[in-house]
Ligand binder design. Structure first.
Ligand code: C2O
Ligand code: CU
Length: 497
């Protein structure tokens, strides 16, 4: 079947900027469309406080995602903003967030990547009852790790995140590295109609069985940006968060040399990205140190060319006329490491996890609700994927409250090595809740940095080996973060007892 999502672009859709050559996207919103840099307003952080109390309200809102000549877009948002407010704490601070639901349906908040107690993990039916409309739930935890995290619902996730519910959670180091600006870019991807309304059709099988719901409007902090102002000589820490349902970003900062200093919040030996491209699958975070080595008045394009033949210009770094200094800082950029338990490979318990299904795959069927079901019957029920031969949309899917058996139960404190085999023709960013894991190898080749991640991207047919200490008791989700894949069966759980 040769269907591609972009064949589906209809007359009532915004022109797809992704199909346009780099440099032409400006035409999409000619005139009046230049939006000032999208800074996310932060919730105020009290100096020296050790407990920080915030409120967040999930509800409908209206925001301007594209230029002035388009109407506002009706979204679902935290505190009426897209992305939601940036919550900033310092490592060791206790965080308390009272979440009120003003949506017309149940919701929860998951604190993606934070190694917190199971009861605070925000998975409906598994770790808490969903928050009913009109109700409030208080999340309370002390994030153990400094780094870049984010929050989003885990109920009807594909639609709730796809309509705008997502926000950054930044845990600052007690002694941060020296930079001139610490910036967050929440990357979004919207499928908009010509009236800048969010296109319906969440949960359709075309998206679910292919690459997920890819959009036509990539945004930075909730805006389609032309320019991002920078100054010559400044050093920026750029915290990238991919909050898109399905889009994988592959960013090139033309004329610049970004250094990767953290992956999924966890410090990594500073290095330049392979082939100069910063690849960020849904739910992943990458912290960059970016020196503005251009001259006053320069422009430098940030191109996203992850999908072949679909390169487009995401934004231009626009240099102001005044330099900040004549040469960039040359202070160290190594982040202090977090206290993660080191896996002990010799005594490890080993498991295999196989990802199957989707278009152009070999999977002929899978277990659905305890019954072997062939792939056509699965698709009629909205399922297209399986983990170890079991398709489950889990507690947050259309199965509604169906709590599944864990695929693996681990003894607390034990090191676990999981070999994941992607037997599909598609990419899958696999996310484990409650833990960070080391990525040991890809296709049998040891990784260079044995990086810590909580979401690891598997290319089609790739085999990835991860290891972690199962030190956090509870029932944890383990799923693909292409949210349409998750909803269509690529969902499972791991229990630490
Ligand atoms: Cu970002 Cu199961 O979540
Ligand atoms: Cu997937």
């Amino acid at each position: 079947m040769a269907f591609c999502w972009w064949d589906m672009q209809r007359d009532d859709m915004l022109p797809n900027p992704l199909a346009w050559p780099v440099g032409r996207r400006r035409l999409l919103l000619a005139g009046g469309a230049v939006v000032a840099a999208g800074l996310i307003p932060s919730l105020p952080r009290q100096a020296r406080a050790t407990e920080l109390t915030h409120t967040l309200t999930a509800g409908p809102g209206r925001v301007r995602l594209v230029g002035d000549e388009y109407p506002e877009t009706t979204v679902w948002a935290y505190d009426g903003r897209v992305p939601g407010p940036e919550i900033r704490v310092r490592q060791g601070d206790r965080l308390r967030v009272a979440v009120t639901n003003r949506l017309a349906e149940e919701t929860t908040v998951h604190w993606h990547g934070v190694r917190l107690p199971n009861a605070m993990d925000g998975v409906p039916h598994l770790t808490q009852p969903p928050i009913a409309p009109g109700e409030t739930f208080v999340y309370e935890f002390t994030p153990p790790d400094a780094g870049t995290f984010w929050y989003h619902p885990h109920q009807n996730s594909a639609e709730q995140v796809g309509r705008g519910l997502a926000g950054p959670l930044i845990v600052e180091e007690r002694e941060p590295i020296q930079v001139d600006r610490d910036l967050t870019w929440v990357l979004g991807d919207w499928r908009l109609t010509k009236d800048a309304a969010i296109s319906d059709g969440f949960g359709n099988m075309m998206d679910a069985s292919h690459g997920g719901r890819l959009g036509n409007t990539p945004t930075i902090n909730g805006q389609l940006l032309e320019d991002y102002p920078v100054r010559a000589g400044e050093r920026v820490r750029l915290r990238l968060i991919n909050a898109a349902n399905a889009r994988i970003f592959g960013l090139r900062f033309q004329g610049h040399r970004p250094w990767i200093v953290a992956l999924d919040g966890q410090p990594v030996e500073p290095h330049e990205p392979d082939d100069g491209r910063v690849v960020l699958a849904p739910a992943m975070r990458i912290d960059l140190v970016l020196d503005m080595t251009g001259s006053p008045g320069d422009r430098a394009t940030v191109v996203d060319d992850f999908y072949r033949n679909l390169a487009y210009r995401l934004v231009d770094l626009a240099y102001g006329t005044e330099p900040l200094r004549n040469r960039p800082l040359d202070t160290p950029i190594d982040l202090p490491s977090n206290a993660l338990p080191e896996p002990e490979l010799s005594g490890a318990v080993r498991h295999e996890v196989t990802l199957g299904g989707g278009m152009m795959g070999q999977m002929t069927g899978a277990m659905v609700d305890g019954t072997m079901t062939d792939i056509r019957a699965m698709m009629r029920r909205g399922m297209a994927w399986a983990i170890n031969g079991i398709a489950s949309s889990g507690p947050d899917g259309h199965g509604g409250g169906h709590v599944m058996e864990p695929i693996v139960t681990l003894e607390r404190g034990r090191t676990c090595v999981i070999m994941m085999a992607n037997e599909t023709a598609w990419h899958h960013p696999m996310h484990l809740h409650g833990h960070s894991f080391r990525v040991l190898s890809r296709n049998g080749q040891p990784t260079r940095f044995r990086e810590w991640q909580d979401t690891v991207l598997l290319a089609p047919r790739e085999r990835v080996e991860i290891a972690f200490v199962a030190d956090n008791p509870g029932h944890w989700m383990f799923h693909c973060h292409i949210l349409e894949h998750q909803a269509a069966g690529m969902m499972s759980t791991i229990r630490v007892a």
